[in-house]
Design a protein around this ligand. Structure first.
Ligand code: ADP
Ligand code: MG
Ligand code: MG
Length: 894
C-alpha cells in the first residue's frame, strides 16, 4: 500500500486513511486555498507500527521522496543551515480527540540553523523563540521529559528579568534559555537534544504514532466509543510563522456562531503568536472582527475563504489560521461542533439557502440533541455567582440545599426539602440519597463514574468531577475558590446551590428555572407559526415535520392513565404501546387486592374481583377516550403479588407488638402468612405475568372483561376505542392458548350483551429468551408481538436491572466491556439478534403479525434505528421521549 500522500493527493472523503485533519488539509489544498505544503502519513502505517513495533519498511523511502519534493517546492532543505525549511509534525485521527495526542512545531531547528533562520527573517528573537519552543515541545512529547521542568526554567528567566510575559524576553534571554532547556534534556534523558533534522522528524512521527496509545487517549476513546484500532495519521506541514512581529498572528474562527447558528464573524485572534498561544490563554486575544482594522486584506480574504468553505462543506466549519507578515495561511478546518440549539437552526438555515435537502437536514441533528433541548433550563439572565464547573454528566437544572451524606438527603427530602447531594464521589451506598436528591454533585470522576452512570439511568441531574471544588464530608462543607482567586467561598450544609447538568456549572444560591421553549411548543403552549415564535422552536417544528414525512416506524407511548395519554398525544403519539395495569391495583384498591390474595373460598375471591371490575373499567374508559381512534395496548397484570402486600418487616413488627399486647389481629396474621407464602428469592423470575393469570382463577378474565365492557361503552357513546390485549411473560405457546381461550369466551359474552363487535386483538409480549426462540409457534396464537426489551435484556444477560446498574456496571463501563448500559441502548449482537430472529419467525407463521417494542429502548436513538432496520411496525416509549423517537425514526428512514 501507499503510506504517504501529498496534500495535493488526498481529499475530504479519505478520513479513514488520512485522518480528519489530513483529509481536510488536502481538500483545502485542492480548493486552491492557501495551505502550507506538506504530506500525510496514513493511519495504515500507524497500524503497522502499533501492531509490529516498527515502522513498515517502505515508509522511510516514501517519506524521503515526499520530503524531497517538498524541499524542491520550497526551495530549501529541512534544517538547512543558512535557510532552514521547518515543519510541524501533527497528529490527526479520523475522529477529533481534542488535546489527546501530540503535535510538534518548528522541527528542523538546530544550533546551526537557528542562526540561518534569524538571518533570513531578520529577527534574532524570533529564531531563538522558535528554537526554545521546539526543545520544549520535543522534550516533553517525544523524549518524555516532565514539561514542568521547562515551565519552571521559563518562569525563572522571567523572574530574573523582572517581566511577566514571554514576549518580553529578548534574543539573549532566549539563547540562555535554550542552553538551559538542552541541559534539562541531557540530564533527564541521558542524551543530547538531536541536532539532525531528519532524526527530529522521524522521532516526532514515531511519538505521534505512540500517542495513539497514551493513557489519556485510550480513556477518551473508551468514553466516546471510538474504536481502539483506527490509529492516527501524521501530518508533516511546512511551517508558517505567526510570531514574526505585529503584522503576524494566529487565530481560530467559525463560519457561524456554534452556540446559536447565527451567521456572522466569530472567532479570536492573537497578534505575534504561535500555535497554541491562542487557546492557552497566555495573552488576551481580540475578537476576530478586530482583524479588519489590523489587516484588512487578510481579513477580507479570510471572509471569502469562510464562505467558500461553507458552500463547499455545506455546513458550519471551524478554522485555524495564521498570518505571516500579512500573508494568510489556512492550517486546519473541519465541520465544527455546535450546541443542540444551533444544530437545529443551522440545519433549517442550510435548507433555506438551498445547500442541503430535507433528508440531509435530518442527518444534521439527532435525538440526543432534541432531548437536551427539552430539559428545563436555568434563566441565563440571572446574575448568580458561579462556584465552579465540572463535567455535564446528566442534563437538567437542579436547585436545593447542600447535603453531604445519603442519610441527611433522605431525612430532609422526607420533610419536604429539596436537596443536592454533594459527595467526593458516590458509591452504591449513596443510592437512596441519590434517589431522594434533586441532583448530584461530585468533585471526582468522569462521565463513566458511578454518580454519572446512575444519575443518567435515573434521569437525574448530575455534575461530576468538579475538581476545583473541595468536598469535606466530615465537616459538611464545600469550598470553592473565590472569583478573584484570592480567597475561598464556603458552602455549609443547608446552604442553597444550583447545578446545571447540561453545562456542568455550579452556582451559589437559587438560580430561577425556566421551562424549555421546545417543551412549551410540544405541549401546544407555543406556536411555531406565530410571528414572534422563538427561532429555535421554528426550526424544531420544521425538522419534526421532515421526520414525520419520511418515517416508516410509528411511535406510541407507554402511558397508564388518561393524563399521560393526553400529553403523549400532544407530543405526537400514534397510540399507546404499553398501558400497565398495576397502578389500578394500588391506593385504596390495595385492600381489595389483599382480600383477593387471602381468599380461601371461591365466593370470597369472586367478590373481590367483582369489586375491582368497575374500578378498572372506569380507568380504561378514560384511557380509550383520551386515545380515541388510536390503538391502546393494555397489558394484563405483570408484577408478583407480594408487591401489593405490606412490607414483611413492618408487618412482622406489627404482629409481634400486637401479640405482646395480647391483642390478636386475625387479618394481620393471615396477611403475614400470605407474605411468607408469596415470598420469593427471585421475584423477577417468579410468580408473575401470565403465570399469575394461570394460577389465580378469574384474575385475567376480570381484566379482559373490564377492557371489553369499557370498549363497548365507548362504542355506545359514539367513541372509537381500539383496544389490544397483551399477555406478559409468555414463554410457550401453550400458556397463551389457555389465556386466549378464556379471554375470547369473555369477549364474546360482552359482545352479545352489548350487541356490538369489539374487534379486540390479543397478543403477547416477547420478553423471555424462550419466547423469542419459539416465536414461530407463539405467533400461531398471537395477533401481535410487543418486544419487552427490558426484561429480555435482563433474562438474556442474566442481569438484574435493579441491582447491577449501581453495583458493577461502573466497573464494566470503565473496563470498556460495554460503552453504554445494555438497558439504555439495545445490545444488537445478543438481545437484538433474538429480536431479529423472532420477527422473521413470527412473520413466517403470520405475515400480518403486528410488531412493536415497549421497553425503554423504544425511546433510545440508536435502538430506534435498529428497530427500523429489523422491520418493526412501531416503537413505544415514555411520553417525553416521543419527539426523540419520531425524529430518530425519521433519521433512520431518510
Ligand atoms: P490540534 O490537533 O491539537 O489542534 P494542530 O496539529 O492543529 O493540533 O496544531 C496546533 C496548532 O499549531 C495549530 O492550530 C497551529 O496554530 C499550529 N501549527 C501547526 N502546524 C503549523 C504550521 N505548519 N505552521 C504554523 N503553525 C502550525
Ligand atoms: Mg488544530
Ligand atoms: Mg416485562
Amino acid at each position: 500500500p501507499k503510506f504517504v500522500y501529498a496534500f495535493t493527493e488526498g481529499n475530504k472523503e479519505l478520513k479513514d486513511l488520512l485522518g480528519g485533519k489530513g483529509a481536510n488539509l488536502a481538500e483545502m489544498t485542492n480548493l486552491g486555498l492557501p495551505v502550507p505544503p506538506g504530506f500525510t502519513i496514513t493511519t495504515e502505517a500507524c497500524k503497522v507500527y502499533l501492531d509490529s513495533g516498527t515502522e513498515p519498511s517502505a515508509l522511510r523511502e516514501e517519506v524521503s521522496a515526499h520530503l524531497d519534493a517538498l524541499e524542491r517546492q520550497m526551495g530549501k532543505k529541512l534544517g538547512q543551515a543558512d535557510d532552514p525549511l521547518l515543519v510541524s509534525v501533527r497528529s490527526g485521527a479520523k475522529f477529533s480527540m481534542p488535546g489527546m495526542m501530540d503535535t510538534v512545531l518548528n522541527i528542523g531547528l538546530s544550533d546551526e540553523s537557528v542562526d540561518g533562520l534569524a538571518e533570513q527573517a531578520g529577527d534574532e528573537r524570533f529564531a531563538w523563540d522558535s528554537y526554545r519552543r521546539l526543545i520544549q515541545m520535543f522534550g516533553r512529547t517525544v523524549l518524555g521529559v516532565d514539561g514542568e521542568l521547562f515551565e519552571e526554567a521559563l518562569e525563572e528567566a522571567k523572574k530574573a528579568k523582572g517581566v511577566s510575559t514571554d514576549v518580553e524576553l529578548d534574543a539573549a534571554d532566549l539563547r540562555t534559555l535554550v542552553e538551559q532547556f538542552k541541559d534539562i534534556v541531557g540530564k533527564e534523558t541521558g542524551r543530547d537534544f538531536p541536532q539532525d533534522p531528519r532524526e527530529q522528524m522521524d522521532l516526532a512521527i514515531r511519538a505521534v504514532f505512540d500517542s495513539w496509545n497514551g493513557d489519556r487517549a485510550k480513556l477518551y476513546r473508551r468514553q466516546e466509543r471510538i474504536p481502539h484500532d483506527l490509529g492516527t495519521a501524521v501530518n508533516v506541514c511546512s511551517m508558517v510563522f505567526g510570531n514574526l512581529g505585529p503584522d503576524s498572528g494566529t487565530g481560530v474562527a467559525f463560519t457561524r456562531d456554534p452556540a446559536s447558528g447565527q451567521q456572522g464573524v466569530y472567532g479570536d485572534y492573537l497578534q505575534n503568536a504561535q500555535g497554541e498561544d491562542v487557546v492557552a490563554g497566555i495573552r488576551n486575544t481580540v475578537p476576530l472582527a478586530d482583524l479588519e482594522q489590523l489587516d484588512k486584506a487578510s481579513y477580507d480574504q479570510l471572509m471569502q475563504i469562510m464562505e467558500t468553505l461553507e458552500t463547499h462543506y455545506k455546513d458550519l466549519c471551524d478554522i485555524e489560521f495564521t498570518i505571516e507578515r500579512g500573508k494568510l495561511w489556512m492550517l486546519q478546518t473541519r465541520v465544527g461542533k455546535r450546541t443542540a440549539a444551533a444544530a437545529f437552526r443551522i440545519a433549517t438555515q442550510l435548507v433555506d439557502q438551498g445547500l442541503i435537502d430535507e433528508a440531509e437536514a435530518l442527518q444534521r441533528v439527532n435525538g440526543a440533541q432534541l432531548a437536551q433541548l427539552m430539559f428545563p433550563r436555568f434563566d441565563s439572565d440571572a446574575a448568580i455567582e458561579q462556584l465552579g464547573r465540572g463535567i455535564a454528566a446528566s442534563p437538567g437544572a437542579a436547585v436545593g440545599k447542600a447535603v453531604f451524606d445519603s442519610y441527611t438527603a433522605i431525612k430532609w427530602s422526607r420533610s419536604g426539602e429539596k436537596v443536592i447531594l454533594i459527595r467526593r464521589e458516590t458509591n452504591p451506598d449513596d443510592l437512596d440519597g441519590m434517589i431522594a436528591a434533586e441532583g448530584i454533585l461530585t468533585s471526582r470522576g468522569g462521565k463513566t463514574s458511578h454518580a454519572a452512570v446512575v444519575a443518567r439511568g435515573m434521569g437525574k441531574t448530575c455534575v461530576c468531577g468538579a475538581e476545583e471544588l473541595e468536598v469535606d464530608t466530615k465537616r459538611r462543607q464545600l469550598t470553592a475558590p473565590s472569583p478573584d482567586g484570592k480567597g475561598s467561598i464556603v458552602i455549609d450544609e443547608g446552604d442553597v446551590i444550583s447545578i446545571d447538568g447540561s453545562t456542568g456549572k455550579v452556582y451559589r444560591g437559587e438560580v430561577p428555572v425556566v421551562p424549555s421553549p421546545v417543551v412549551e411548543y410540544f405541549e401546544g403552549r407555543m406556536h411555531a407559526g406565530a410571528e414572534d415564535a422563538d427561532e429555535l422552536v421554528k426550526a424544531v417544528h420544521r425538522v419534526m415535520a421532515y421526520a414525520d414525512r419520511v418515517r416508516r416506524l410509528r411511535v406510541r407511548a407507554n402511558a397508564d392513565n388518561a393524563e399521560d395519554a393526553a400529553r403523549a398525544r400532544r407530543f405526537g403519539a400514534q397510540g399507546i404501546g404499553l398501558c400497565r395495569t398495576e397502578h389500578m391495583f394500588l391506593g385504596e384498591r390495595r385492600e381489595l387486592v389483599e382480600r383477593l390474595i387471602l381468599a380461601d373460598a371461591e365466593d370470597e375471591r369472586e367478590q373481590s374481583l367483582a369489586a375491582l371490575l368497575p374500578l378498572q373499567k372506569g380507568d380504561f374508559k378514560e384511557l380509550f377516550e383520551a386515545m380515541d381512534g388510536l390503538p391502546v395496548t393494555v397489558r394484563l397484570l405483570d408484577p408478583p403479588l407480594h408487591e401489593f402486600l405490606p412490607d414483611i418487616t413492618e408487618l412482622s413488627v406489627r404482629v409481634a407488638l400486637a401479640e405482646a399486647r395480647k391483642d390478636h389481629n386475625e387479618n394481620d396474621l393471615r396477611l403475614l402468612q400470605a407474605v411468607h407464602r408469596l415470598h420469593e428469592q427471585n421475584p423477577m423470575l417468579g410468580l408473575r405475568g401470565v403465570r399469575l393469570g394461570l394460577v389465580i382463577p378469574g384474575l385475567f378474565t376480570m381484566q379482559v372483561r373490564a377492557i371489553a365492557e369499557a370498549a363497548a361503552e365507548r362504542l355506545a357513546a359514539n367513541g372509537d376505542p381500539r383496544a389490544e390485549i397483551m399477555i406478559p411473560l409468555v414463554g410457550t405457546v401453550q400458556e397463551l392458548e389457555i389465556v386466549r381461550e378464556d379471554a375470547e369466551k369473555v369477549i364474546r359474552e360482552v359482545e352479545e350483551t352489548y350487541g356490538v363487535d369489539l374487534g379486540l386483538t390479543l397478543g403477547t409480549m416477547i420478553e423471555l429468551p424462550r419466547a423469542a426462540l419459539t416465536a414461530g409457534q407463539i405467533a400461531e396464537s398471537a395477533d401481535f408481538f410487543s418486544f419487552g426489551t427490558n426484561d429480555l435484556t435482563q433474562t438474556v444477560w442474566g442481569f438484574s436491572r435493579d441491582d447491577v446498574e449501581a453495583s458493577f456496571f461502573t466497573a464494566y463501563l470503565e473496563k470498556g466491556i460495554f460503552g453504554v448500559s445494555p438497558f439504555e441502548t439495545i445490545d444488537k449482537d445478543g438481545v437484538g439478534k433474538l429480536v431479529k430472529d423472532a420477527v422473521r419467525d413470527g412473520r413466517a407463521t403470520r405475515p400480518d403479525l403486528k410488531l412493536g417494542v415497549c421497553g425503554e429502548h423504544g425511546g433510545d436513538p440508536e435502538s430506534v434505528h435498529f428497530f427500523h432496520e429489523v422491520g418493526l411496525d412501531y416503537v413505544s416509549c415514555s411520553p417525553f421521549r416521543i419527539p426523540v423517537a419520531r425524529l430518530e425514526a425519521g433519521r433512520a428512514a431518510a
